[in-house]
Design a protein around this ligand. Structure first.
Ligand SMILES: NC(=O)C1=CN([C@@H]2O[C@H](COP(=O)(O)OP(=O)(O)OC[C@H]3O[C@@H](n4cnc5c(N)ncnc54)[C@H](O)[C@@H]3O)[C@@H](O)[C@H]2O)[C@@H](O)CC1
Ligand SMILES: Nc1ncnc2c1ncn2[C@@H]1O[C@H](COP(=O)(O)OP(=O)(O)O)[C@@H](O)[C@H]1O
Ligand SMILES: [Mg+2]
Length: 421
C-alpha cells in the first residue's frame, strides 16, 4: 500500500561495541557493503571513530524505516548520509531510495544522530513540504506591502466587512478572516444585529459590530445609520458576502456607495443589488472594485453566463470602462480589468477552489491590500494571484476534491510568504 501521509518517522539504536567488533574482524568488507565513497571519506577524515560509524549506520536504518522498507529493497548505499560544513548530517537518497521517497509523496528527510557511552542513536523524519513549483514574476512580488519595524496595527489599515444574513454567517466570517490573514491591522465585521452573538463567538480577532435589523436576521433600511457609523474612518470596506438581495438591501447598498468616501470592494449579493440601478456608479469618484463570478456579471449586465464565459476579457473590459470601476471576473484564469484599459489574467488557482466560500475570501484579500495602501488595481492583481496561490497550496495537501474555503484561508499566510521569497 502506498502511504500518502505528510510525515513518516523512523528511529534506530546501535550498540557501538557491536560495530567495534565487526570492524576488528572484517573492516573492508563491512565498509564496502554499507558505506558510499563519500561516507568512507568522511569516516576516514574523522579518524575512523566507532561513534561516527555507528551513528551513520543507525541513520541508514532509521531512514529505511521512514521509507517503510527496512534495509532490503532499498540498499545500504542507496541511503547516503552526508555532512554540511557545520557538521550537521543530511540525507541523500539514491536510485531506489529516491524512488521510494517519491512513491510515498514525501519531499525530504531530516536526520538527527546522537551517541552516549555504548550506544549511537538516529532519528529521522520524512516530510512533505508545501513547496510548489511556481515562478513568481517580479511585477507581482514588488506589489506586496512591506512591514516596517516600528509599525503598529494602525499602520496596516482598518477594513470593515458588511455582510451576512441568517443562514449565511459563513460568508462575512470568511471575508473578515481573509482580510486579517492578509495583514490588515484592524478588521471590523458589521452584521445584522440578530447575528451579533454568533459572530462574536466565531470571530476572535475581528471586531464585531452590528446594525439594527428588527430581529429579521438580515439588513433592512433601518440598518443604514448603524452601518454608516460603523464604516466611518475605515481605509477600505467590503460589502456583499451573504447579505441577500431585495429592495431594502438594494437601497442600503446604494446609500453606502453614495455616502462612504473611500474605496469599496463589492461582491456577491452586493453586485446583485447594484445591478438594479448601476447608473449610481457614475456619480462616484472614489474607487470601486467588483468581484463577480460569471453568473453575477451576467446578472449585472443582463446577459447569460454562457455569453460572459465565451467573452470573458471583452465583458470585463466593457464593464470596467462603462462604469469606471475595476472588475475582477472570477473563474479559471480570473480576469482583472481597469478603466485605464489595463488587463491582467491570473494564472494561479485550480478547480479545487470551486467550493462554497472561496470567492468570499478573495473579497477580504483585495480589501485588505487596499487598506494597507495599495492602489486598487494593484490590490486586485496581487489579490487574485495570492488567493489562487493559497488555493494551489491547499490543494497540495487536501487534493482538489477535498479543499474547502477554510483550507484556502489557512494557506493565505503561506501564499504571501511564497510571494515574498
Ligand atoms: N457560507 C456562506 O455563508 C456562504 C454564502 N455565500 C453567499 O451566497 C449568496 C449566493 O451566492 P452564490 O454564488 O452561491 O449564488 P449565485 O446564484 O449568485 O451563483 C451561483 C451560480 O453562478 C454561476 N457560476 C458561478 N461561478 C461560475 C463559473 N466560474 N463559471 C460559470 N458559472 C458560474 C453558476 O451558474 C452557479 O450555479 C451570496 O451572498 C454569497 O456571498 C456563498 O459565498 C457560499 C458560502
Ligand atoms: N476551476 C477553477 N479554477 C481556478 N479558480 C477557480 C475555479 N473555480 C472557482 N475558482 C475560484 O474560486 C472562487 C469562487 O468564487 P465564488 O463563485 O464567488 O464562490 P463563493 O461565492 O462560494 O465564495 C473564485 O475566486 C474563482 O476564481
Ligand atoms: Mg461569491
Amino acid at each position: 500500500m502506498i502511504c500518502k501521509d505528510r510525515m513518516s518517522m523512523g528511529t534506530d539504536i546501535v550498540n557501538i561495541n557491536r560495530i567495534k567488533k565487526i570492524i576488528s574482524e572484517k573492516k573492508s568488507r563491512f565498509y564496502d557493503k554499507i558505506f558510499t565513497v563519500k561516507e568512507i571519506e568522511y569516516i576516514s577524515n574523522g579518524g575512523h571513530k566507532y561513534t561516527t560509524i555507528a551513528g551513520i549506520f543507525a541513520a541508514k536504518e532509521a531512514i529505511s524505516k521512514v521509507l517503510g522498507t527496512g534495509i532490503g529493497s532499498v540498499g545500504w548505499k542507496e541511503i547516503e548520509i552526508l555532512h554540511c560544513a557545520s557538521g550537521k548530517p543530511y540525507v541523500n537518497l539514491i536510485n531506489k531510495g529516491k524512488e521510494k521517497l517519491e512513491e510515498l509523496g514525501l519531499d525530504s528527510i531530516e536526520i538527527s544522530i546522537s551517541h552516549e557511552e555504548d550506544y549511537a542513536l538516529a532519528f529521522a523524519i520524512g516530510y512533505r513540504s508545501n513547496n510548489i513549483n511556481i515562478k513568481i514574476d517580479d511585477s507581482i512580488k514588488k506589489l506586496l506591502p512591506r512591514r516596517s519595524r516600528d509599525s503598529h496595527k494602525g499602520t496596516y489599515g482598518r477594513v470593515a466587512v458588511i455582510g451576512g444574513s441568517r443562514g449565511m454567517v459563513g460568508a462575512p466570517y470568511l471575508t473578515s478572516m481573509a482580510a486579517l490573514r492578509t495583514g490588515t491591522g484592524l478588521v471590523y465585521s458589521i452584521v445584522p444585529k440578530s447575528l451579533e452573538n454568533i459572530m462574536s463567538i466565531k470571530l476572535t480577532e475581528v471586531i464585531v459590530k452590528s446594525a439594527e435589523d428588527k430581529n429579521k436576521g438580515y439588513f433592512t433600511k433601518d440598518s443604514l445609520s448603524d452601518i454608516l457609523e460603523g464604516i466611518e474612518g475605515m481605509d477600505a470596506i467590503a460589502i456583499g458576502p451573504g447579505i441577500g438581495a431585495d429592495k431594502e438591501r438594494t437601497y442600503l447598498t446604494e446609500e453606502i456607495i453614495n455616502n462612504y468616501k473611500g474605496p469599496i470592494v463589492i461582491d456577491a449579493d452586493g453586485i446583485n443589488c447594484l445591478s438594479i440601478n448601476p447608473d449610481i456608479l457614475y456619480k462616484r469618484d472614489q474607487p470601486i472594485i467588483i468581484t463577480p463570478h460569471p453568473g453575477e456579471l451576467g446578472r449585472f449586465l443582463g446577459i447569460s453566463t454562457k455569453e460572459i464565459q465565451e467573452n470573458r476579457i471583452y465583458y470585463s473590459k466593457y464593464t470596467s470602462e462603462k462604469y469606471n470601476i475595476i472588475v475582477a471576473l472570477k473563474g479559471a484564469n480570473t480576469v482583472v480589468a481597469s478603466p485605464k484599459n489595463e488587463i491582467y489574467i491570473n494564472a494561479t488557482g485550480n478547480p479545487g477552489m470551486a467550493t462554497a466560500g472561496s470567492g468570499d475570501l478573495l473579497t477580504g484579500i483585495i480589501a485588505s491590500f487596499i487598506g494597507q495602501g495599495l492602489i486598487p488595481i494593484d490590490a486586485a492583481k496581487l489579490g487574485v494571484f495570492c488567493h489562487g496561490l493559497a488555493g494551489d497550496l491547499a490543494s497540495i495537501y487536501k487534493g482538489e476534491h477535498g479543499v474547502i474555503a477554510t483550507d484556502i484561508l489557512e494557506n493565505i499566510p503561506y501564499s504571501i510568504k511564497k510571494i515574498q521569497e
